[in-house]
Design a protein around this ligand. Structure first.
Ligand SMILES: *[C@@H]1O[C@H](CO)[C@@H](O)[C@H](O)[C@H]1NC(C)=O
Ligand SMILES: *[C@@H]1O[C@H](CO)[C@@H](O)[C@H](O)[C@H]1NC(C)=O
Ligand SMILES: *[C@@H]1O[C@H](CO)[C@@H](O)[C@H](O)[C@H]1NC(C)=O
Ligand SMILES: *[C@@H]1O[C@H](CO)[C@@H](O)[C@H](O)[C@H]1NC(C)=O
Ligand SMILES: *[C@@H]1O[C@H](CO)[C@@H](O)[C@H](O)[C@H]1NC(C)=O
Ligand SMILES: *[C@@H]1O[C@H](CO)[C@@H](O)[C@H](O)[C@H]1NC(C)=O
Ligand SMILES: CC(=O)N[C@H]1CO[C@H](CO)[C@@H](O)[C@@H]1O
Length: 506
């Protein structure tokens, strides 16, 4: 199965959780699957439940997720304690977001993600790049007159060009598959390397020019997602391109879920140099299998050897090659045309079966991060496979295309937001402050006036605690503002001056 496919409608459990969230909205109880914040009533952050956390071994970086199909889709950054750092979902769009990650653009770290609409297992939309203040720097769209970009790949190379995928329907002779009279419709799996600054397509590869439909493991009409090949809208997704990477020689690797094959593609003429897995392998697999795989990446390469990582889904529910999904590192020996799996990363416990999506990232310290796809979980492992972190989006019907960890320094352009509440003058005042996306706040100074005629006084210094910091004063303060202060004592920003309300915000 492919992204966006759900096996059943919301379960009773999810219905009850949804009800809990409505009650939470009106302040009756806490919502189990998302958290709301008085200082940012527009943000509803999915709850991330941590089940394994070995502080001495996890990397001290942030978690990047874009869950969807649940109640609160959007791009989100969390810290290792599952505190929200940034929400890019402000309720202004019904678009879905995928593949939130840190990308090196124009000499500095940026945020990259796909935003668009989900179709049958693929998507149409736009690739967006934000700077560290969360302002859009630029966006990338497919070129050469093809349909809009798909969600499956967004890889910025050398800070200048980007690899993207396109699911292009086209007519094709499918008479031998029973589509008579024609035309038959099929989806060409396309990738493009694009110059980010001017949108020029520098390289384009189309699966149908090199891989015939006969290599597909997903027969025409197998289900609605695969398509029946009879119309533009139901074109046969025979290939399902789901990752693209480029090596230093200028060649590419493409992962195709529906041919269960990884192809090395010549950067000169697009020809297939070798194929790993699938129906026509040119390389023998000695000690492993994979199918319905995702996220094939070059790790090391020379004339005799290629080292790849991939996420092996192990199945698409119709064809199984493994009882659980794994991240893998495989070694290809080009002298013997054989390939050996040298490392494997399982979900902790009994393992996890992911029937779609998923990814594998290798961190600078060699720890491995796995995103478990339709299981909205992220794990971190030592190089030897030992799990040191495991967390799952509480809204269990959510899915998450890819999950990552990165270092990140967010310096939001927008100011911190403060809300203050007191039921009546002369009673206690509650202060809630947050700064969506800020990573450098050590503590908050809260300033307030005892009456509107008086000067602001420094009321307290409050440690920054998670996304929102709360302070309660026994006294009444009609006006206040908050100052975000960094570790070295630098004043980072002030909120605007707010007037205390007798209505609970949010
Ligand atoms: C097929 O669908 C795509 C995407 O909706 C559209 O851009 C294209 O014009 C359609 N082609 C034909 C021939 O209908
Ligand atoms: C590969 O998968 C096939 C079934 O598709 C199975 O028979 C075979 O034992 C597997 N090989 C390995 C090494 O797992
Ligand atoms: C090629 O790479 C492999 C794996 O990284 C390494 O073991 C081998 O020594 C390398 N060969 C050469 C000629 O550099
Ligand atoms: C694949 O495995 C799953 C879970 O183990 C099972 O439900 C399914 O029937 C299997 N499919 C096939 C084609 O064997
Ligand atoms: C390996 O594959 C290549 C290309 O498919 C072929 O030319 C070569 O003879 C093969 N080598 C061996 C040892 O099978
Ligand atoms: C925030 O307000 C405090 C107190 O008035 C002031 O000292 C500080 O310079 C302000 N910070 C910024 C970044 O403007
Ligand atoms: C794996 C897959 O496609 N989804 C499958 C992942 O693997 C397990 C084990 O084969 C299957 O049960 C899932 O359905």
């Amino acid at each position: 199965m492919a992204p966006g496919q759900k096996t059943s409608l919301k379960s009773d459990k999810n219905f009850l959780l949804g009800l809990a969230c409505i009650l939470a909205l009106i302040g009756v109880i806490d919502c189990a699957t998302w958290t709301s914040f008085q200082s940012r009533p527009d943000i509803r952050a999915p709850v991330l439940e941590i089940s394994i956390k070995d502080d001495s071994h996890i990397s001290p970086s942030y978690i990047f997720l874009a869950p969807y199909a649940g109640d609160t889709p959007g791009p989100y950054i969390y810290d290792n304690n599952a505190n929200l750092i940034w929400s890019g979902a402000d309720g202004s769009t019904t678009d879905l977001f995928h593949n939130l990650h840190v990308c090196p653009y124009d000499g500095s770290d940026h945020l990259c993600f796909f935003q668009g609409t989900l179709l049958e297992g693929y998507a149409r939309g736009l690739h967006t790049i934000l700077d560290s203040s969360y302002k859009p720097t630029t966006s990338v769209q497919s070129g050469d007159g093809l349909v809009e970009s798909d969600m499956h790949e967004m890889a910025v190379l050398d800070g200048k060009t980007i690899l993207i995928t396109v699911y292009q329907p086209r007519t094709y002779n499918l008479k031998s598959y029973g589509i008579t009279p024609g035309p038959g419709w099929i989806i060409d799996g396309v990738f493009q390397e694009i110059d980010i600054k001017n949108g020029e397509v520098l390289f384009e590869w189309k699966s149908l020019d090199h891989v015939p439909p006969s290599e597909s493991y997903t027969p025409l009409g197998m289900n609605d997602v695969i398509g029946d090949g009879r119309s533009n809208d139901t074109a046969w997704d025979y290939f399902h391109i789901n990752s693209v990477d480029k090596n230093t020689d200028g060649d590419y690797i493409v992962s195709s879920r529906h041919t269960s094959c990884i192809y090395k593609i010549s950067g000169k003429d697009g020809s297939v140099i070798w194929q790993l897995g699938g129906t026509q392998p040119s390389i023998h697999l000695t000690n492993y299998n994979f199918s319905s795989q995702h996220d094939a990446r070059f790790r090391e390469e020379n004339d005799t050897t290629t080292v790849l990582s991939l996420f092996d889904n192990g199945s698409n529910r119709y064809r199984n090659t493994s009882l659980s999904s794994t991240g893998m590192i495989v070694y290809i020996d080009h002298d013997t045309n054989s390939s050996t799996m040298i490392k494997e990363y399982h979900a902790p416990g009994a393992g996890l079966q992911s029937w779609s999506q998923g990814n594998m990232q290798i961190l600078p310290n060699k720890n491995v991060v796995i995103g478990w796809g339709n299981n909205p979980s992220i794990s971190e492992h030592l190089e030897d496979g030992t799990p040191v972190f495991f967390a799952t989006v509480a809204d269990s019907i959510s899915m998450n295309y890819r999950a990552f960890k990165y270092n990140w320094a967010g310096k939001p352009d927008e100011p911190p937001t403060l809300r203050t509440y007191s039921p009546s003058p002369n009673s206690a005042t509650t202060f809630w402050v947050s700064w969506n996306g800020a990573t450098d706040v050590d503590y908050w100074n809260i300033y307030a006036t005892a009456s509107t005629e008086e000067q602001f006084i420094h009321l307290t210094k409050a440690d920054n605690l998670g996304f929102q910091t709360t302070y309660v004063s026994a006294s009444y303060y009609p006006q206040a503002f908050a100052e975000a202060v960094g570790k070295d004592g630098t004043s980072l920003a002030n909120s605007s001056i707010v007037t205390t309300s007798s209505i609970v915000p949010g």
